[in-house]
Design a protein. Structure first.
Length: 277
């Protein structure tokens, strides 16, 4: 059964690259059909959401039942799926459901791994794609390569701040981290970013209005971290990110949904699109 699922995954990759489109189901509000993952959980054993996609219309139509009854078929161009959906799902800690059957059973994959598979297939077949933010797939890869040191340093500049909200001795660090967030948000292209004082720790607010006619999307998170103790268990300084064997080790910080020891290349690629869309 596992091999069948793996085969269906690579079939999905080949088919959508060949067709240039991905199929999904949407409700009347244009939300993509979703469910709870049966294969993935967070590090805290919390549920992970799944967005369902298909490589053919028939597979999608067969799933228009029960909670998805009344949904309509929709197509997503491959370039848009790679550039916006895969990276967006990674940011939201959502996985992709691949060619689910009518019982909602099928392969599930982390969006960045799916994106890597798609890039390999696109390059292997010399498929030409047009992106909104980049002129080609090669430009995306080149842009990441050229700016990699900057991406890493800006990411590390946040990780180096001991923003431990539960320890009063780090109150000043909380303000420093908030200000650094404001700086990075402004440099990434938001229209407005400010640090707002509160009775406790400051709040960072930022906004970007693409069009007043479009729905508002709220992204909410926290910039504080857990205490580093017990320090004797660390192989390196907890607030000095260290690259060992291709992975970044630092105090667990959930701002980008990364875990300690994330693969270094994946982190760089993700930051490139998250901070500089």
């Amino acid at each position: 059964m596992q091999q069948e699922l793996i085969d269906s995954y690579y079939h999905f990759v080949r088919e959508i690259v060949a067709k240039g489109v991905v199929y999904c189901l949407k409700d009347e509000k244009e939300y993509v059909a979703s469910c709870i993952s049966s294969q993935f959980t967070t590090e805290d054993d919390e549920e992970v959401g799944v967005l369902a996609f298909w490589s053919d219309k028939e597979g999608a139509e067969n799933c228009k039942q029960e909670e998805w009854e009344g949904y309509h078929l929709s197509e997503i161009p491959l370039a848009e799926f790679m550039e916006n959906w895969c990276l967006g799902m990674a940011q939201e800690d959502i996985v992709a459901g691949i060619d689910f059957d009518s019982t909602l059973f099928g392969y599930e994959e982390a969006p960045l791994r799916l994106l890597s598979s798609l890039i390999e297939e696109v390059e292997a077949n010399d498929v030409k794609l047009t992106f909104n933010s980049f002129s080609s797939l090669g430009d995306i890869k080149e842009y990441i390569k050229e700016n990699e040191p900057r991406f890493v340093e800006e990411w590390f500049s946040l990780l180096r701040i001991p923003s431990v909200s539960s320890q009063t001795e780090h109150k000043a660090d909380m303000g420093r981290c908030a200000e650094r967030w404001r700086e990075l948000l402004l440099s990434s292209g938001v229209d407005r970013a400010e640090v707002m004082p509160t009775g406790g720790n400051p709040v960072v607010y930022a906004e970007r209005i693409v069009s007043p006619d479009l729905p508002t999307v709220l992204v909410y998170g926290h910039y504080d971290v857990m205490p580093a103790e017990p320090l004797e268990l660390w192989q390196s300084e907890p607030f000095e990110p260290t690259i060992r064997d291709g992975r970044v080790y630092y105090l667990p910080q959930e701002m980008f949904l990364f875990s300690p020891g994330i693969e270094y290349p994946a982190a760089v690629k993700y930051m490139a699109r998250l901070v500089y869309p």
